[in-house]
Design a binder for this molecule. Structure first.
Ligand code: ZN
Length: 307
């Protein structure tokens, strides 16, 4: 009997040892501190470039104030390209993501799940739970689960599925559970069904728009190759690096929608709110901690103080 118990313990230790490197690979550092007055923000996108488009400007503003931001690509981007694919493309996308993060001062993690094949499995959910816990997140940003791309859609579902589990100790016990549920918010999107995106907070990013464009510019395989190819407009991409960056700004900087403009007027006041040219907006998720206005102001410290 004793020998059987010993055998079981050895077997369990071996299984644990096999699982450990994977968990370690999913993060580059242990739990971030929460006692130094700095915020821990984590954003999830399906592909290396998704977080950048939806929250790159806001992330640059957090970084400038010394807050910690981690972007997580849930897939490795190894499918979305017209002439490249597999491990070589994944390596290129990872390098581009890390360069993009470096340009604005945020950490970029790319999880090793196949592009175009993401499903809301318990395995990937647990990867996301670990990320949120390791980052000791105050605020979690993610897409809504309404989207044309299944990877985007399931990233939304996976983060929703993690929103409660991050505080449950018996779930993924290899990474300590959070004692405080973070606030979860959605990125802006244009999908209308079953309900359109409703901006609860809108952030002016005019002061960091060049930084955001600089970040997008690092994703060469996406913005200058794959996305224009799949849109049938590859011939409109300029050849020179300065020219194509200018083209990127013209095509990707974007304008606030009427709903986002209303949120800007609310948070910045009528005079300033109507002058803002570029913004990023976020909607409160019903799961996780529901923030009141005071908590939103704490989580978005660059919003102007009420007059
Ligand atoms: Zn994407």
């Amino acid at each position: 009997m004793k020998r059987l118990v010993t055998y079981a313990i050895v077997l369990l230790s071996a299984l644990h040892a096999a699982a450990a490197p994977r968990a370690a690979r999913e993060s580059q550092r242990t739990q971030a501190p929460s006692t130094d007055g700095k915020l821990n923000i984590i954003a999830f996108g399906a592909h290396p470039d998704d977080c950048d488009q939806r929250a790159g400007g806001t992330a640059a503003k957090y970084a400038a104030l010394g807050h910690r931001v981690r972007f997580v690509a849930v897939t490795n981007g190894d499918a979305g390209h017209q002439t490249e694919g597999g491990g070589a493309l994944a390596a290129r996308r990872r390098a581009e993501a890390q360069e993009a993060g470096r340009r604005i001062g945020v950490e970029y993690v790319v999880l090793d799940n196949h592009d175009g094949e993401l499903v809301p499995s318990v395995d990937v959910r647990n990867q996301i739970i670990r990320q949120i816990r390791q980052w000791n997140a105050d605020l979690v940003l993610a897409p809504r689960p309404n989207d044309y791309h299944p990877d985007h859609r399931y990233t939304g579902v996976l983060v929703q599925d993690a929103a409660y589990m991050v505080v449950v100790p018996n779930i993924t016990p290899d990474t300590p559970a959070l004692r405080k549920n973070p606030v979860f918010m959605y990125f802006q999107d244009g999908f209308q069904r079953p309900n359109p995106f409703t901006p609860d907070v809108a952030i002016a990013i005019d002061d960091v728009i060049e930084k955001k464009m600089d970040m997008l510019d690092a994703h060469v395989s996406q913005f200058y190759e794959w996305l224009p190819w799949v849109a049938g407009s590859l011939d409109t991409v300029p050849k020179g690096t300065a020219e194509r960056k200018q083209w990127l700004r013209q095509t990707r900087a974007g304008q606030p929608t009427p709903a986002v403009r209303s949120a800007l007027l609310k948070w910045y006041g009528a005079a300033k709110g109507k002058e803002i040219r570029h913004a990023e907006a976020f909607e409160i998720c019903e799961y996780g901690t529901r923030p009141d206005e005071a908590l939103l102001r704490k989580l978005f410290p660059f919003l102007p103080r009420p007059e």
